[in-house]
Design a binder for this molecule. Sequence first.
Ligand code: BGC
Ligand code: NOJ
Length: 819
Amino acid sequence: MRYGHFDDARREYVITHPDTPLPWINYLGSEEYFGIISNTAGGYSFYRDARLRRLTRYRYNNAPLDLGGRYVYLRDDVSGDFWSPSWQPTQRELEDYACRHGLGYSIISSRYQGISAETLYFVPGGETLEIWRVRVTNERAEPAKLSLFSSIEFCLWDAQDDATNFQRNYSVGEVEVEDGVIYHKTEYRERRDHFAFFACSEPLAGFDTQRDAFLGPYRSWDRPITVERGASSNSIAHGWQPSGSHHVRLEIGPGETKEVIFLLGYAENPRDAKFDPPGSQTIDKRLVRPTIDRYLQPAVVAEAFEALRARWTDLLGICQAQTGNEHVDRMVNVWNPYQCMVTFNMSRSASLFESGIGRGMGFRDTSQDLLGFVHMIPSRARERLIDVASTQLPTGGAYHQYQPLTKRGNNDVGSGFNDDPAWLVLAVAAYLKETGDTSILDVAVPYDNRPGTERPLYEHLQRSIVYTLERRGPHGLPLIGRADWNDCLNLNCFSETPGESFQTTENRSGGVAESVFIAGLFVLAANDLAEIAALRGDGAEAARCISAAAEMRDVVAQHGWDGAWFRRAYDFYGRPVGSAENDEGQIFIEPQGMCIMAGIGLDDGRARVALDSVRQRLATPHGIVVLQPAFTRYHLHLGEISTYPGGYKENAGVFCHTNPWVMIAETRVGNGDGALDYYLRINPSAREDLSEIHRGEPYVYAQMIAGKDAATPGEAKNTWLTGTAAWNFTAISQWILGIRPEHAGLRIDPCVPAAWGDFTLTRRFRGATYRIAVRKHAGASGRVTRLRVDGRTVGGNLAPLPASPGADIEVEAFVEATP
Ligand code: BGC
Ligand code: NOJ
């Protein structure tokens, strides 16, 4: 069953049933001010850091799951009947409910008793505020007298403290109300120079700022007393729960529409100019007021909204495909890059599965997110690369996470995840291939943010490689440390105490557990660095990297092969993990994908054998599971992976992040049919018809889909913030459709299903626009061996770099009939 549909022309997903299996969310803002918004207007907002600068309150894991948000209420002042045009929280039965989630905005509309309402929510570019534009239309034959109420609940900034420190928090809340604007200024008197504002374009009949006054004792958001009786109480919050609500009376003639704008925003004042008059405790509003006045004007709002749409048209124009497969086209052209933007902005901080107070920016997560983002806004990617590299340790190791606000490595989690440094090499290589901006390699970047330790970024990459080389185990494979990509394969932590962290508890430090996965990743990274070194004319380094990669490949061939697939690791005792010798967890997906991506097993046929094993043992209709057989009991020496019930998460769930690695591996062995088949199994649009099983949003990837051992196979969890976004974009755009930025040009190397005919792609690259027509007969299964570039034949499949910026380059790529 479906709960809505794609509107491809408008680049929106239109939800037509408010009671989706789970809240289906969207993101507002993409610079500094952000919000999460569900299809029934639930969610919250923050400035830069979801933990430390939370503007509005949200209770995770609530019942219903999604309660609290940006709600407006309408009340018929004649009958006294009231409702929420976003369905929640009153849940009145609405006509024509629709939530249009677009790129950076959501529009929720419905009709009730002849009154239709449409609310547009978005964050204008360059601003730290969100707009709610409410349009109310009277479709009745007679005039309507209505009340419109806005509502939010303020968070006292630090979301963690806000949810726990009640003995203090019930006494600190403060607000001001001036000229109809509600200002939330808790802690402004002391060390905070920031406040929130909540403004309305219309004259007010009243307002409320104390939650209990708005709701009434023992009431919830579904029937606030204020709305029920049609009158605010002009409450001023003193401690307890500061909130915001405006009351506007509307008289609307038949067929007439009235527009009301609400603004919720964040503002800072210079520390020495906080108060007006100086010495008072009143917020100086002279800086913020012009912004408020500006965005309360309908024409300004309309213009800002158009600018947001135009911005996305431009960004998406960088890579467009017309393949004739609707699932491929809409994910490649719209939703997958959009999700990549969101993961770049949020890392793993704020979604409905990430509370915003948990993790900072992951070193490996951020590095991988860049792979799907770098083509969109390379300047932001560059900045992020420097931030990440600045947290690298002098050993070449990495803090596993850093805090977005301070950009400092996080000591609580520390380091020792031995795959981390290698991802940085992949990310910098992707940036260089996309932009050609080799100047980044010379940027002086500190280690561990320590002044005086600055070295060229190039050296950071070298140390990343050395880090792995210096940490090898008895078989010559890289030591795994606390974990590699799989956070839950904890081979050096034997935890028997509830509540201990599987990742950071060190009771087997110095352990010799090794990772075949890191070996594959290392080969990729070392080859990338070899190319980078060659670009710099550093032949000695290039040669070192090439021979280190070759040596590692040999080690994998010798100790990483199990007979029909690549092994996963060696445990603390030196026994194989992911081997036919094991009774559970015999085969893991990660080394199959990673080793083959790195080219291991291509020349001796092992790659194909491993991929056959994947197909036989791991593939399911809902995607490829992490491992088989699932762990049925806790294995002390394997760690968290065996704590999950079988079929969920790392214990044999379809951990979607890893699936594109296998898709890429399939293209490496020339199996376009196999690659696209896997792609479509987890493609959310292709799963739309299964929405009652999949349950997550059909427009974004999930981290996990429950595997075949689960009680609920096919059920998605943890949508939005996952490395799946970047890797699927990489797999489909660079390997299946085959448009791959390289240092020397744009590789045109599609590996698509044999049945496909011609298709076209547009790719902006190094300042030029490549218009690519792939010429292919249906049935042809070979690869591109020649191009026509602006009418001239070029052997091979590399379209050269543009001769001049701004060029329009016509490329025809001819696919051979057979491999
Ligand atoms: C999850 C992993 C996650 C880790 C973070 C585990 O419980 O299964 O996916 O990376 O926690 O620490
Ligand atoms: C999610 C984490 O964010 C990521 O870093 C990790 O690789 C996967 N889980 C697998 O454990």
